[in-house]
Design a protein around this ligand. Structure first.
Ligand SMILES: Cc1cc2nc3c(=O)[nH]c(=O)nc-3n(C[C@H](O)[C@H](O)[C@H](O)COP(=O)(O)OP(=O)(O)OC[C@H]3O[C@@H](n4cnc5c(N)ncnc54)[C@H](O)[C@@H]3O)c2cc1C
Length: 358
């Protein structure tokens, strides 16, 4: 197979780039390793009586000042709503004592997308020809030759195929690109080291979502926000759809990745007990409780991402990451964006940066 531009990674950055190339009438193919598109954007779906509700397992929010997100949402005709923020916040101390009225929802003012962030992915996918967007296709290696780059790929039947392209865009976390892919000629040690040094934003995290028939916390004048020093969840928010139920609470898990991995059932049991301590007996009767642990998804995280981050890293392309293979090999995930690196807005910024270079 041949194409001008091969995009490796069907997350928001890869798909946003594909969308722009499609609009410009350019020749490209996107390959995505997972069976689903979206990468760190993913949803738990409730399908009842043919009506679907979506619960964000990855990102939930975007914010004022993120102009690329606002424009894309507008272009795709999606609707937004504000994070639920009415009522009081709960605080749980180290002993499990719960205090209510400790301030207000910490994510007030954040925007969500009706139908979940996954609507961005589904809507872009609808605008791309299926022949140009191949899921279940994993890049394994790249070889530079006189006319471009030959990428070796494994499909879901374990068949090996090759795609020759003038350029390759690595729209996947730089750490994953450094640790799981091979390059001939080899990238310099300086470049590999620089790629490994870039933490993949939120890759070490796990999220729990509990869905309920009724939003009992709202009725009790609670926003659904909670901060806990006992855990297992350290930060909890309302994750309900804009309209109707099931309603939901989600929490970021504060337990280290290796312990989560060893005790997933105990973890789910403990999150339910915690929700009950915070929000009362009704919280003990969820429709379901789902754990999404990003730290053990090999397309997202490497072992390096199991170390907690204490601050938002400074992202962007440092010198060893620029002009690889005479400019034919480009990095393009959110981690490469100069201003909004790490965020959804950064994924769109990265696509814009790559487009300018193509
Ligand atoms: C729990 C969590 C919460 C978050 N919350 C927010 C939030 O509220 N707001 C916000 O702005 N951001 C948030 N983020 C960050 C946001 O999700 C990312 O900025 C964005 O989704 C990154 O998109 P991307 O396309 O750059 O990378 P990714 O989504 O990681 O996409 C990379 C793609 O490459 C694919 N891939 C990997 N290896 C290969 C291979 N060998 N061959 C082919 N394909 C491959 C992967 O499967 C994946 O689909 C959150 C992230 C997480 C995990």
């Amino acid at each position: 197979m041949k194409t001008d531009i091969l995009i490796v990674g069907g997350g928001l950055s890869g798909l946003a780039l594909a969308y722009q190339l499609e609009q410009a009438g350019k020749d490209y193919i996107v390959i995505e390793s997972r069976a689903r598109l979206g990468g760190r954007i993913h949803a738990h779906i409730h399908d009842q009586d043919q009506s679907k509700q979506y619960y964000d397992l990855g990102p939930s929010w975007f914010w004022d000042g993120q102009r690329r997100m606002a424009k894309l949402i507008d272009d795709l005709n999606l609707s937004t709503f504000m994070q639920y923020a009415q009522g009081e916040l709960c605080y749980e101390d180290e002993q499990g004592n719960v205090q209510k009225g400790q301030g207000y929802a910490s994510m007030a003012g954040s925007y969500r997308i009706k139908g979940g962030i996954i609507q961005l992915i589904d809507s872009i996918r609808e605008k791309l020809p299926t022949s140009k967007c191949l899921s279940d296709h994993t890049a394994l290696s790249f070889e530079q030759n006189e006319t471009g780059i030959t990428t070796t790929i494994k499909d879901k039947h374990q068949h090996t195929i090759s795609i020759h392209s003038e350029k390759v865009v690595l729209a996947l976390p730089p750490r994953v690109a450094a640790e799981t892919l091979s390059y001939n000629p080899a990238l310099s040690a300086k470049t590999i080291k620089a790629m490994q040094a870039i933490p993949t934003w939120m890759a070490g995290h796990a999220k729990v979502i509990a869905t309920y028939a009724k939003p009992f916390w709202r009725t009790a004048n609670l926003s659904g926000d909670a901060m806990s020093r006992l855990g297992p969840m350290v930060e909890i928010h309302d994750a309900s759809p804009q309209e109707g139920g099931p309603y939901a609470l989600f929490g970021f898990v504060g337990v280290p990745p290796h312990i989560r991995q060893q005790h997933p059932d105990e973890l789910l049991k403990a999150t339910r007990a915690q929700l009950t301590r915070l929000f009362g007996e009704e919280a003990n009767h969820p429709i379901d409780v789902v754990l999404q642990d990003w730290a053990f998804e090999k397309e997202t995280a490497t072992d390096l991402d199991h170390q907690p981050l204490n601050h938002h890293p400074r992202y962007g392309l440092t010198a060893p990451l620029q002009n690889l293979w005479d400019g034919r090999l480009l990095l393009g995930s959110t981690e490469t964006a100069s201003d909004f690196g790490g965020y959804l807005e950064g994924a769109l910024e990265a696509a814009e940066q790559v487009l300018a270079k193509l």
